[in-house]
Design a protein around this ligand. Structure first.
Ligand SMILES: NC(=O)c1ccc[n+]([C@@H]2O[C@H](COP(=O)([O-])OP(=O)(O)OC[C@H]3O[C@@H](n4cnc5c(N)ncnc54)[C@H](O)[C@@H]3O)[C@@H](O)[C@H]2O)c1
Length: 378
């Protein structure tokens, strides 16, 4: 008897489709799984490009219509790797067809869409997950575990920053990332990862004030041959109040020169401090108030020891892991729980993140403190 298989259908053939295909291939190599993912189908509107992607990513077949992929009987899991503005239609169709769904972040472009997707998945009883893959970096998972175990005591302050330079150059042409209805805001694009980590490690957020700016307000659209208005923020920042009383500061920008994809998360509790800095993704910095005062400062933890999360599935201590490992760990966790679940983070958690994004967006537009309840009640 061969190993049990689960059929995967990937929607989209861009960067995330490549990352997910890589992870489906690597996960069974790195750990023992109860099922073998079989890359059955990939969809994309451009026949030449999608067929090329199928060959490159090791997918057995391709179609030019995602609706066909969703209906095909050999597809058990629909894995959505298209822009955020397409997620709701594709996920809702997959859920209606009784398929399990894995969706890239942000879950949607509005809270209404995201909560509708979560509701549909719950009522149909299908497994569902959002790709907040950074949770699955060993050092980030270790940070969460240490917070849960009381390493920092009661959390007082949380700080998250995500800096990239992808929108710096005004000559960068218009594409879906500059269109709010398709790409969502920078708050949702970059901030959703940080907000997910905040909700996961610290708990719910109840109110926010914020500011946003679009520095380059129009860009050349090569297809139209003319300039078109940018409808997303280049950069935003927010102050947050957590349900438990902790205070937060959040900043996300795609206009930070020479910052490629730099994010940091810091937690200050009444007993200690933890810092994660993505350019040093295999490390955590930790300072404990009870440490010997003559050794004042922070120590560096190498999050590679066999006692640390995920490290048993990877290379010997000292070798480290990279971005790709976050997808291997994430999809590996989901496959390990196929088909009974539960999966997490799920659409309900994705919708909770979307509510915080929308609260921040509203606070920036209306220039006032906005309560989460104003978003979730509407
Ligand atoms: N988790 C992460 O680390 C991470 C990193 C980058 C992107 N993302 C997310 O992944 C998703 C895809 O991003 P990407 O970087 O792979 O984008 P991409 O531009 O590389 O690929 C997008 C794919 O979607 C297709 N597409 C574009 N518009 C479409 C439409 N209207 N209908 C159907 N298909 C359409 C494109 O043809 C392409 O196949 C987004 O939600 C993005 O936020 C996540």
């Amino acid at each position: 008897m061969g190993q049990r298989e689960v059929g995967i259908g990937i929607v989209g053939y861009g960067m995330m489709a490549r990352a997910h295909s890589y992870a489906y291939a690597a996960a069974p190599v790195m750990r023992t799984l109860p099922v073998r993912p079989r890359l059955r189908l990939i969809s994309g509107r451009d026949e030449a490009k999608v067929s090329e992607a199928a060959a490159a990513y090791g997918v057995e077949g391709w179609v030019t219509d995602w609706q066909e992929l969703v209906q095909r009987p050999e597809v058990d899991i629909v894995d959505i790797c298209t822009p955020p503005g397409t997620h709701a239609d594709i996920a809702n169709a997959a859920i209606a067809a009784g398929k399990a769904v894995i969706c890239e972040k942000p879950l949607a472009v509005t809270y209404a869409q995201a909560s509708g997707m979560a509701q549909s998945a719950r009522s149909r009883g299908v497994l569902n997950a959002v790709d907040f893959n950074y949770r699955r970096l060993p050092a980030v998972s270790l940070m969460k575990r240490m917070v849960d175990e009381g390493a920092v005591g009661t959390v007082r302050l949380w700080r998250g920053t995500w800096l990239s330079d992808e929108f710096v150059n005004p000559a960068t042409p218009f594409d879906w990332r500059f269109d709010r209805s398709m790409g969502a805001t920078t708050i949702a694009d970059l901030g959703s990862h940080l907000i997910d980590m905040a909700l996961w490690m610290v708990g719910g957020v109840r109110e926010a004030c914020a500011q946003s700016e679009t520095f380059v307000r129009s860009r050349n659209d090569p297809r139209a041959g003319s300039s078109i208005a940018v409808t997303v923020d280049d950069a935003s920042s927010a102050l947050l109040t957590f349900d438990g009383g902790a205070r937060g500061v959040l900043e996300m920008a795609r206009t930070a020169v020479r910052r490629p994809c730099d994010f940091t998360v810091e937690i200050n509790g009444d007993a200690g401090t933890l810092v994660f800095d993505y350019p040093r993704l295999n490390e955590l910095r930790y300072g404990e108030g009870a440490d010997d005062p003559s050794m004042y400062g922070m120590r560096t933890i190498r999050a590679e020891h066999p006692t640390h999360p995920y490290t048993r599935d990877w290379w010997p201590i000292g070798q480290g892991v990279g971005y790709g490992a976050s997808f291997v760990n994430h999809l590996g966790d989901l496959l390990e729980r196929w088909p009974q679940g539960p999966w997490e983070p799920d659409f309900t958690q994705g919708a909770a993140v979307q509510a915080v994004c929308e609260m921040i967006e509203r606070a920036a537009v209306e220039k006032r403190w906005v309560a989460l309840a104003e978003v979730t009640a509407s």
